[in-house]
Design a protein around this ligand. Sequence first.
Ligand SMILES: C[S@@+](CC[C@H](N)C(=O)[O-])C[C@H]1O[C@@H](n2cnc3c(N)ncnc32)[C@H](O)[C@@H]1O
Length: 368
Amino acid sequence: MRQTPDDTKTNDWAEFLDLASLPPYARVFFLLLLRRSADAVMLVAELNIADHLAERPRTASELAELTGCHPESLRRILLTAAALGIFAEQPDGRFILTEEAEYLRSDAEISLRNLAVFFGEISALSPFDELRQTLRTGVDPFRRKYGKMVYEVIADHPELAKTFNRAMTQTARMSAESIANFGGFARFTTVADIGGGRGQLIGEIVRRHPNLRGILFDLPHVTKDAPDLLASLGVSDRVTVMSGNFWNGLPTGADAYLFHRVLGGGDEHQITKTLKQIHTEIGNQPHARLLIAEPILPPPNRFHPNRLYDIEIMLNIGGRLRTEADWKKLLTAAGLELVSTLETDPMVTMLEARPATAVELPAQPAAT
Ligand SMILES: C[S@@+](CC[C@H](N)C(=O)[O-])C[C@H]1O[C@@H](n2cnc3c(N)ncnc32)[C@H](O)[C@@H]1O
């Protein structure tokens, strides 16, 4: 139930973020406080406040009773969230959902609820102090603390793994529409979605392209839940589920290899090796493609949320984001070249690459 009565103004924080009018010291102070905005969003997500408000407007005291919280402390968090455009307090003291808050409902089509909970939980495994260590050593916090990559650490924590996999399935939908409608899929026979989670994205792609087959490849603890999701999308018969560690080898036989928000977890050496394998695999098929969909870094001195996301990835995945030029370099090192780019959501760009020696093909009609 979303209501925005006239006297409940939301989103003035977005106007406030035109910080130019503040004195410079105040801008710095503001930046220091900004971390508390993430805390507020993570806490209300964890407490399922949006689900409770979807039933009906409620006061902070009612919500405190439902969630086992201290009423006045919860109200301060709720008012902070409301100041940031998430929830709005009505004159009668009851909170309601806003447009943004809808995305924190656990049952929303595109939901960031599990992502917010995951951010909170993973930072308990990789606290701020780890960032200090990473700064000094360059060593990925998970390798340093646990001696393994983050995805293996996640696999060791079944509840966290459940939250993470749900978060990935739900956030894959942010890009699914634009990626699945990418006209280029019409020319492929088999698309392999590497690190494709439980199959939300490959499922959507194959569903929209009836002649296409898919391969879903991810770690075993992730793919074990894929068959149910693929069945719910009606594509079980056209998607083959395979498991393994893609840094050690890739499935063969595809004429398109898709990596959606995956390669940021690798270093230059690992990525080059993987891209070379793809070159070898698709090398003699001129229509074949490598599709890398990643958050791309802005140029130096320019603000974009991906600049902050890069630190999240450094601390919580042990990886990094790259500029388009960085990706071009990696592609070139593997004998590949960039053909086109497509912004699939405001934070992710899909890079289409092919072997540098490939012959140009006539344009294909877009998929319907
Ligand atoms: C950030 S998630 C993205 C998932 C999905 N592509 C999406 O966009 O929703 C990264 C995925 O890559 C998988 N992954 C990471 N490293 C992997 C590896 N070495 N081998 C196989 N899968 C891996 C993870 O299990 C996870 O599902």
